[in-house]
Design a protein around this ligand. Structure first.
Ligand code: AMP
Length: 214
């Protein structure tokens, strides 16, 4: 099986949700650079202090910092058999850096319409404790403001506020979207349509599993 897999797609498309499911299915670690930064912010580490404003306002953390963090993470033992890399690379420079220290077997690109993406981003809510994601309308928790899975508090990410959503989508279009042709040229991309509602996620998952079986 192809085991070193990049997860590509616009913010809000559902990369986190699908990658969590795929991680269980494939038995591969889910490496999310966004989650790693949020963890640094929560723990108020040196890196967290440096990245706080950028992450909260939807900008990109400097390439050297992110690439160093990813290189270090992929060198850990649980990554020996492969990984699902979600949120990195975010631009051509990061993609080239990644190539300099590892090979990539495949790129899964999640695709949805812009209005679906904006709705997912603006309605997203996250558990402070375990990171589980909800949506105010489509996937509400059973009791308002409380995580079904761990009882933690549910909040809205600062960068999911309307003014920062705009910035993130602009950055995606300008800096991250060029990665599509970068990986198409290398014949690595599989497109996954994720316009369908949350209830259909297991059908999408089956579709991906079918594509990856060999
Ligand atoms: P995400 O959860 O993937 O949307 O990431 C949240 C935030 O973390 C982004 O808006 C950036 O500020 C930062 N971040 C995550 N991955 C990267 C990356 N590869 N390059 C630069 N900044 C990143």
């Amino acid at each position: 099986m192809k085991k070193k897999i990049i997860i590509l797609g616009s913010p809000g498309v559902g990369k986190g949700t699908y990658t969590r499911l795929l991680s269980k299915e494939f038995g591969l670690p889910h490496i999310s650079t966004g989650d790693m930064f949020r963890e640094h912010l929560k723990k108020k580490t040196e890196l967290g202090k440096k990245a706080k404003k950028i992450v909260n306002e939807g900008g990109l953390v400097p390439d050297e910092i992110v690439s160093e963090m990813v290189k270090h993470r992929l060198a850990q033992e649980d990554c020996n058999n492969g990984w699902l890399l979600d949120g990195y690379p975010r631009n051509i420079n990061q993609a080239e850096t990644l190539q300099s220290f590892t090979k990539v077997d495949s790129v899964l690109r999640f695709v949805a319409d812009k209005k679906v993406i904006i709705d997912r981003l603006s309605g997203r809510r996250v558990c402070k404790k375990c990171g589980a994601t909800y949506h105010v309308r489509n996937v509400p928790p059973k009791s308002e403001g409380i995580c079904d899975k761990c009882g933690g508090d549910i909040y809205q990410r600062k960068d999911d506020k309307p003014e920062f959503i705009k910035t993130r989508l602009k950055i995606y279009k300008k800096q991250t979207a060029p990665l599509i042709s970068f990986y198409q040229k290398r014949d690595l991309i599989t497109d996954v349509n994720v316009n369908s509602e949350y209830e259909k996620r297991y059908e999408v998952l089956e579709w991906i599993k079918e594509k990856f079986k060999d």
